[in-house]
Design a protein around this ligand. Structure first.
Ligand SMILES: Nc1ncnc2c1ncn2[C@@H]1O[C@H](COP(=O)(O)OP(=O)(O)OP(=O)(O)O)[C@@H](O)[C@H]1O
Ligand SMILES: [Mg+2]
Length: 474
């Protein structure tokens, strides 16, 4: 208790000194102020755990003191002292944030019990704030990656989180759109209000409207009671409209109205409802194209696209793969209570070379599968990797490329690489150009063109010879 700080605002000197003495004797660190102005001044200098203030003061009132204290230190527990304890003043004091009041005259015991409660209220509030801050931090730092694209993304989130602007998150499936939406919410001053996600693509069209906007009792068969929708539930917070590209034209109009007028009607409702929500939307579709094709409203697109955030696919930031891999191994091992040693270098190279069409979610799911299937404490090797992913490596041998320390000429390297690829492919199929072209997924004429340019046609005459018969036959 020794560290509990109390600000006592009381104009009557006798009461002030008497109370101050009692508090001091009971271990509170007391600061006194004879009027509201000096009380506010003191609270601005350093926040107090508890504020005890008289209601009637010569200048500004105790209510104003509480209002001011709460605006700078919302966790301070405020108690109002009053000789005129009417229901109205009590209500008013609570409204501005006092947690209780003491009616004068009060006894020492009553005062000390109330202070103990105040202390408890204050420490609960502090703890709550601390937890919320941790959550907030965990959301922005949860976006892992050292690639320039992800570093930019984290910087941008810091910049735009605390604006009220609408954000449109664009990216392939599994690239982290929902993660970014949460980071935007928890990084904003709305963070202690709700984050309400809704997947517009997963809910049937006729249900989506009542999910979003709620309905009145009797609006349709089965509406036995009024229900609030997600927009109302998110008041002062953030609504995350996931898969917005799947939304029907009729609902698109209604969303546009919420964005423009900040109001909507419940299904079957007569009066419009006002809300203060920030909208973050996401899609893996090309919305601009959808606008051109008249599948998505242009006005809604522009209203949503105030701040676009593009999430790059994993194959465009392969350098992040090892970090993500370690992260998921640690996270999933903990959840499954099963440790594994890690990933062998050759397996890691396969992971880095694969294109990950399902992006980070695909990587995460694969790690989960491997952990479940592997023996405790074993190493993930190339043999554990599903064929689909392993085979991919044969198509992309460049993934494991060793680069010389002193630099390399890009054009010559690419040229040499193409040359090696062609020679190796021809060797594999006994020099039959048609088959080599199929193997390389190239047009036969493109292959021959490339061979000509590289001077390979004459040089490879011997390998080429079986083709003479093949060509004659085709
Ligand atoms: N940069 C990242 N760092 C760490 N984890 C990530 C990152 N990006 C995504 N994840 C994780 O990958 C998974 C998929 O992310 P999320 O659900 O946000 O993707 P999405 O784009 O919304 O996918 P979908 O289109 O399939 O809904 C989640 O478990 C998420 O925590
Ligand atoms: Mg998602």
């Amino acid at each position: 208790m020794g560290d509990c700080t109390v600000l006592l605002v009381e104009d009557e000197e006798y009461i002030r000194e008497n109370l101050s003495e009692i508090l001091g004797m009971n271990g509170y660190k007391v600061t006194t102020a004879p009027n509201g102005e000096s009380g506010i001044e003191a609270a601005k200098k350093s926040p107090f755990d508890i504020v005890l203030t008289d209601l009637k003061l010569p200048g500004i009132s105790g209510i104003d003191v509480i209002r001011s204290v709460k605006s700078t230190a919302p966790n301070t527990a405020c108690i109002i002292l009053t000789g005129y304890a009417s229901v109205e003043t009590a209500v008013e004091a609570m409204r501005v944030g006092a947690f209780t009041y003491l009616k004068k005259p009060f006894g020492k015991d009553e005062l000390l019990v109330t202070l103990e409660k105040a202390q408890e209220v204050h420490s609960l509030k502090e703890e709550n704030s601390k937890l919320k801050n941790e959550i907030k931090r965990s959301y922005t730092t949860a976006i892992l990656g050292t690639s320039p694209a992800i570093q930019d993304l984290r910087n941008n989130i810091d910049k735009i989180a605390d604006t009220d602007s609408t954000v449109l998150i664009l990216g392939e499936s599994g690239t982290g759109k929902e993660l970014v939406a949460r980071a935007l919410h928890y990084g904003s001053t709305r963070s202690n209000k709700p984050f309400v996600p809704i997947n517009c693509g997963a809910i049937p069209e006729d249900l989506l409207e009542s999910e979003l906007f709620g309905y009145e009792k009797g609006a349709f068969t089965g509406a036995i009671a009024t229900k609030i929708g997600r927009f109302e539930a998110a008041h002062n917070g953030t609504v995350f409209l996931d898969e917005i590209g799947d939304m029907s034209p009729a609902l698109q109009v209604k969303i546009l109205r919420v964005l423009q007028e900040k109001e909507f009607d419940r299904v079957g409702g007569r009066a419009s409802i006002k809300v203060d929500v920030r909208v973050v939307a996401a899609t893996n579709q090309d919305l601009e194209k959808a606008v051109e094709e008249k599948k998505f409203r242009g006005d809604l697109f522009y209203r949503l696209n105030v701040i676009p955030v593009h999430l790059p696919p994993l194959r465009q930031r392969r350098e992040d793969i090892p970090l993500l891999l370690d992260h998921f191994i640690e996270k999933i091992s903990k959840r499954k209570k099963k440790g594994i040693k890690g990933v062998a270098p050759d397996a890691l190279r396969v992971f880095e070379g694969y294109d990950w069409p399902g992006n980070i979610r695909e990587l995460e799911n694969l790690v989960e599968r491997l952990i479940v299937l592997k023996e405790e404490d074993s190493l993930i090797t190339i043999k554990d990797i599903p064929d689909k992913i392993r085979q991919h490596r044969a198509e992309a041998p460049s993934a494991g490329l060793q680069l010389p320390a002193d630099g390399i000429d890009f054009n010559i390297a690419v040229d040499n690489f193409e040359r090696d690829l062609i020679i190796n492919a021809l060797n594999r199929v006994n020099g039959i150009k048609k088959k080599a072209a199929e193997y390389l997924n190239l047009n036969r004429t493109t292959l021959i063109e490339k061979m000509k340019r590289k001077g390979l046609l004459d040089q490879l005459d011997i390998i080429d010879s079986p083709e003479t018969s093949e060509m004659a036959g085709s």
